[in-house]
Structure formats: C-alpha cells, structure tokens
Design a protein around this ligand. Structure first.
Ligand code: CTP
Length: 419
C-alpha cells in the first residue's frame, strides 16, 4: 500500500493491457479504479498502444506509462512495479498474454511484472471464440488458475466482425467488481462448487406482442451470481428478461417464460451443489396464446383465462425428497445426486414471517429469504432488507443494505451447509 495525499493508505493496482480491440473498454475500467481512490500504474504491451496510445493512459492514470524493461532502467521497473502492487489485473488479456504468463515468459514489462508480483492476479480474457476454445488456450487458463490466478470467463456476445460467441471482454463495471472484492478480502469458500441462480421475472405471452409480467429487475439475482463468482463458484445464471450487464464469469442461460425457466433450472440442478431461486416466476399463464396480434377491432375482447405454471422451487424440493428416499441405502451418495442446498425467495406484502415460514415448509427448501415488497421496497432498487428463515426453525436478519451484502449472507449460509 502506498500513502495517499491525505496520509490514508492507497491501494496500488497494476492495469496490464494487451493488444485486443477491447482495449478501449479498459479506459473505463481505469477510471473506475482511479475514481475510487486506487493508485493505478498502466502497463500496456507494445501492440496494445496501437489501439489506445500512451498519452491516454498517462492522463487517465496520472502515472508514467512504460511497456519495456529498457525504459527508466535505473528504477528497475520490471521488479519494482510487480513487487509494489496490491493487485494486478490484465484486461483485456489476449491469448498471447495468457500463453506467455502460463509459461513464465518475460519478454516485456507486463510479463516481467506478472512474474515478480506476489499479490492476487486477475485476467479478463477477450478474443475470438475459436482462440478461447482452442486446447492451447484452455490449457494455459487451467495452468494459471491452478497457480491461483483468477481468470474471468469472457462474456458471450457480438465480437469484432460478424461473429459472436464467448470471447467478449466483460463490462468494465463487472471486472471492477471482481477486483474490488479481491482487494477487500478474498473468500474462496465456494471454490469447486457449482451453483445455479435464477434471476429476473418471467413473461407469459398473451399474443406475439403482449405478455403478463412482473416488476422484477434481476438486480438481486445478478448480485447473487456476481458474489458467488467472486467466492470461487462455478455459476449458472438462468436469467428471465433482465437487461443488466452480464455478471463476469457466470454462464448465462436466457429464458423468457416460467416453463422455459423450469427446464433450464432443472437441467442445471443435475450438476449443482446449490440452487437459489431469486427469480419472480409467474404463477399463472394464459391458457391460450394467440399466434397473431389481438386487434382492437375484435368486437368483444375475449377474457384471458389463466392456468397454473409449474412451481419450480417446489419441484426441486420434491425431486430431492424422492431421490433421497431412492438413494437412502447408497453408501457412496446417501443424499442422492441432487443439490444439497435449495434456497427460495419470498416476496410478501403482509404477515411476512408467518407466510414465509409456511412457504418454506410447503416448498421443501433449506433456506427462504423473505422480503417485504410494495411500493419503493425491493423491486428495482439497489438496496434490500430481508429475514432468512432456515429449515431448522432459525432466522437471520439482514439489515437494509446493498443487494451484494444480502447475497453474501445467503452464500455464508449456503457455504456453512455445504461444508
Ligand atoms: N417460484 C417458483 N415457481 C413458481 C413460483 C415461484 O420456483 N411458479 C419460486 C420463486 O422463485 C421464489 C419462491 O418460489 O423463490 C417464492 O415465490 P413467491 O412468488 O413468493 O411464492 P408463491 O409460490 O407465488 O406463493 P404466493 O403467491 O402464495 O405468495
């Protein structure tokens, strides 16, 4: 840590940038670091400067910018910069930089810095899908992870040119959030675990342009996914109609309706240690969905008749109960092959605790996060307050605060149950 203007401790961050078109997004990442009081030293590779030049990095960071070990030799930058860092983040990390880092090659200032750093290292890869999926890159990523580096999964989406697939640099705010968590204390208590999180609100079609929906924004589910990634979990995020930036590192499955969500959640649950149902799932859907737009000119509008949707949370609980019975005498897997922890959310407007307790029992989950909803409460706001009820009859109160804090309490309870 360095000493700041007012004597407070400042965190030293090295932002390594390698030569990918996504370099422009790293300017925003740099701004997020500097605005939150971090001292950032940018170390670009030679070719990265073809995309964004040295003056931009120097002006935005307020620090000199060097790419070669031969510059400012008297300061021994190849050793000093790495040793002084509290965090090194490489964004974007190209296939080439991942390969050089995995093999310990030190042929420029960035790779020298990676070898001398003793702090946490985060790589945010960005490249074409074929390069990301190539066995050479897979092996390099595995090596780096084995050595303790955090390699964020690239986002899926439009890449340079016409192609799309995994390989996009995640949103700078998402990379920043991973780094912030690494800097504020790294808990890897979900490492090696696979968790499934559902988020958002389902839409039930009336006709091709209209639907029955709800007010869920997906913020709480996304916070759960983001925090689980930061705690080392492999995360499958089943997202219904969410427009937020993808949480870095989570595998995202997009769905629209309750029935699509059911299929996606049950499929992912087969390989999961825990499932958290934070989505607002529509309880009903129209019996009939018109293939064509219902016109205003229809003489008398038909009433919309509704039918019940599957209750995904209750079904998860029921499948687990049945498997536990079937596998009761299996010495190797007495619990059967199913998530050991199932977490539900309950939105209640009145009689919050009594309704919550009844819901937990009815749905057969281990934990139920109960929050009071209504105008200005929970939906679409960055804050949330809740009570977590446990299957054993206990309760944990979570005071109003950021949805990330609530998510962390949920993962604390999940991690305890998995331990
Ligand atoms: N849920 C689900 N499938 C449904 C409805 C809800 O999996 N068809 C899940 C939600 O994701 C949440 C929990 O069940 O984790 C509770 O949702 P809530 O809407 O509060 O409960 P309901 O079952 O709809 O009960 P009620 O309408 O009586 O409050």
């Amino acid at each position: 840590m360095a000493s700041g203007k007012h004597g407070e401790s400042m965190t030293s961050v090295v932002l390594g940038v390698s030569a990918g078109i996504a370099v422009y997004k790293s300017c925003e990442l740099l701004r997020l670091f500097t605005e939150s009081g971090h001292d950032v030293r940018v170390v670009p590779t030679r070719d990265a400067l073809r995309f964004v030049g040295e003056p931009t990095w120097a002006a935005l960071s307020g620090n000199p910018v060097t790419t070669e070990v031969w510059q400012s030799v008297h300061e021994v930058p190849h050793v000093r910069i790495g040793k002084a860092a509290d965090l090194v983040v490489v964004a974007p990390a190209t296939a080439d930089v991942l390969a050089r880092a995995a093999h310990g090659i030190a042929d420029d200032l960035l790779t020298n810095t990676l070898l001398t750093a003793r702090c946490p290292v985060v790589f945010a890869p960005a490249m074409h899908t074929e390069m990301w999926e190539h066995p050479a890159t897979r092996a390099n990523v595995a090596t780096l992870r084995e050595r303790g580096a955090i390699v964020i999964e690239p986002a899926v989406g439009r890449l340079t040119g016409a192609d799309s697939g995994p390989g996009r640099l995640p949103d700078p705010a998402e990379i920043f959030e991973v780094c912030r968590r690494v800097l504020t204390g790294r808990r890897e208590d979900l490492a090696g675990r696979h968790v499934v999180v559902s988020a958002g609100g389902t839409r039930e079609a009336i006709d091709p342009v209209r639907f029955i929906g709800n007010r869920s924004s997906g913020l709480q589910g996304y916070a759960l996914a983001r925090t689980a990634v930061a705690r080392g979990a492999e995360v499958t995020l089943v997202a219904a109609n969410v427009t937020l930036p993808d949480p870095a590192g989570a595998k995202i499955v997009r769905v629209e309706s309750a029935r699509q969500m059911r299929d996606a959640v049950l499929a992912a649950a087969e390989h999961a240690d825990a499932v958290v149902m934070a989505a607002a799932v529509a309880d009903f859907r129209p019996v009939r969905q018109s293939d064509t737009k219902i016109k205003k000119s229809s003489a008398e509008p038909d009433p919309i008749h509704l039918v019940k949707n599957p209750d995904i949370l209750a079904e998860l609980g029921e499948i687990r109960r049945a498997r536990r019975e079937a596998y009761a005498h299996d010495a190797e897997r007495p619990g059967g092959p199913y998530p050991r922890v199932i977490v539900g959310f309950a939105a209640e407007t009145d009689d919050v605790l009594a309704n919550g307790r009844a819901k937990l029992e009815r749905k057969g989950c281990d934990l139920l996060v109960v929050n009071q909803v209504g105008e200005h409460l929970a939906f679409g706001t960055p804050d949330n307050a809740a009570v977590v009820l446990t299957a054993e009859g206990g309760s944990v109160e979570i005071p109003r605060g950021p949805k990330e804090d609530l998510a962390d309490v949920v993962w604390d309870l999940v991690a305890q149950r998995l331990a």
